[in-house]
Design a protein. Structure first.
Length: 135
């Protein structure tokens, strides 16, 4: 199987939290599809893709790597995403993913994206609702 690049996760991939379980499942699917999956390490070379799916750390304090495609995954069931999140997503991330189209519609700060196919996330997880964030 060809090497399709590196996908790094900001967020646990081990443990019993819902986020760790989702990240572990994504990691297995990406590995099977030929991606090298790692935990994000600021000291390492920037990955081709960074998936930020982490609610243990403060989202607005996170600094994405200087290169690569950054994907923000924010689950939210309480109406629009907080303005601090949408501003951060718009400035520093290439894509915003919601767990479903319904959640994306409820956030009201996102619209269906027109991200080019070259920027799309790896196939095993691109079936997630992918949107371009707007304020």
């Amino acid at each position: 199987m060809p090497d399709r690049g590196v996908v790094a996760f900001q967020g646990r991939r081990e443990g019993r939290s819902a986020f760790a379980l989702v990240n572990a499942q994504w990691s297995r699917a990406l590995s099977r599809a030929g991606y090298r999956v790692v935990d994000f390490n600021r000291a390492a070379d920037p990955p081709e893709f960074l998936i930020h799916h982490d609610f243990e750390s403060h989202f607005t304090a996170f600094e994405p790597p200087p290169a690569g495609k950054c994907i923000a995954v924010r689950t939210w069931d309480f109406g629009p995403l907080p303005p601090a999140w949408t501003g951060k997503i718009n400035r520093e991330f290439h894509q915003y993913w919601a767990y479903s189209g319904w959640i994306a519609e409820q956030t009201s700060c996102v619209k269906p994206g027109s991200v080019s196919s070259a920027e799309r996330a790896p196939p095993p997880i691109s079936s997630f609702a992918s949107y371009t964030a707007t304020e």
